[in-house]
Design a protein around this ligand. Structure first.
Ligand code: GTP
Ligand code: MG
Length: 293
């Protein structure tokens, strides 16, 4: 929760619609307001925990960008200002703590920041997780199947990385996973290590109907261990609906040797997909349980 007084970052393209002068007036002198454009937003070097809130008044800033703030050890409130919002809303399923209309009466922001008179939802933890494995094993399809409950037979190769926000409930607790679904093609290997930083857990996916993708797991294991550190990993055998080239016994033996759980999935039947995301979320939460105060 933000204490009264502190520093707020405002990401803004056009100052006028937000009434930036009103905002500054409403918050001074206790609050220090920094402003930046969307282009500058990623290159700001601010010390951890130095922001009480990030106020985003630029449509182009994505959910994934907002979610990254919520993964920090001491996350700020992340608030979107949207011309489409009719009233102030606290949205449990997005990464935003609040979505405010552009016409929001800025003197009330003070109350919101100090949580004095506006109800706020309990913070939902956000964790970054990785989906790694050879090209075409079905990483993107697993996310699609989880989010939309449907199989998408048309293939769309991941270029670099796709980032998805997946709400998960694990043992009665809501978690938001920011899933970094990396492109498995060899040509992306040179810069893939950049994607692994800050992940709390990862899934190594292979295709049960393609033995080579199973053999290649060792490369992915080494890549993740080298760049993501000793995070908990999970082994996933996908395409369980197709004729097998890898038996359950072999995959379980590898999982046991690596000390990881093993899940079999199919994006066609949906089997195991929810379990995969629950296991990943459970591992991510365990791995980054906050230190007691
Ligand atoms: N039969 C079957 N096909 C699947 C399954 N999962 C994915 N596919 C198909 O496999 C192909 C590749 O799936 P993608 O999800 O694009 O694979 P990916 O691992 O994301 O590949 P890259 O983005 O290149 O790393 C697509 O044609 C999918 O429809 C599954 O469980 N069963
Ligand atoms: Mg993909």
């Amino acid at each position: 929760m933000a204490e009264p007084g502190g520093r707020i970052l405002v990401v803004i393209r056009e100052a006028e619609p937000l009434g930036l002068a009103d905002l500054l007036e409403a918050l001074s002198p206790e609050w220090e307001v920094l402003t930046c454009s969307p282009e500058e937003a990623d290159s700001l070097a601010l010390p951890e925990g130095s922001l009480a809130a990030v106020l985003v008044a630029a449509e182009e800033m994505s959910e994934a960008w907002a979610a990254q703030w919520k993964q920090r050890p001491r996350p700020p409130l992340v608030i979107r200002v949207s011309p489409q919002a009719a009233r102030a809303e606290s949205i449990p399923e997005g990464p935003w703590d609040w979505v405010l209309p552009a016409s929001f009466p800025w003197p009330r922001l003070r109350e919101l920041l100090s949580h004095r008179s506006m109800d706020s939802k309990p913070a939902v933890p956000v964790r970054k997780v990785l989906l790694a494995g050879e090209a075409t094993v079905g990483k993107t399809s697993l996310v699609h199947c989880y989010l939309h409950g449907a199989f998408e037979p048309r293939r769309r190769m991941t270029v670099g990385v796709d980032i998805h926000v997946c709400p998960v409930e694990v043992e009665g607790m809501a978690v938001r996973l920011v899933v970094w679904d990396v492109g498995g093609q060899r040509r992306f290997a040179a810069f893939r290590d950049l994607f692994y930083r800050g992940a709390a857990a990862g899934a190594l996916v292979f295709d049960l109907s393609n033995r080579l993708s199973f053999y290649q797991l060792i490369r992915w294991w080494q890549e993740l261990r080298a760049h993501a550190g000793s995070i908990p990993l999970l082994l996933v055998g996908n395409k369980a609906d197709l004729p097998r080239e890898v038996s359950r016994r072999e995959a379980e033996a590898l999982a046991q040797a690596w000390g990881t759980p093993y899940v079999e999935t199919s994006c066609v039947t949906g089997i195991g997909v929810a379990e995969l995301f629950r296991t990943l979320a459970g591992a991510a939460l365990q791995a980054t349980r906050p230190e007691p105060e």
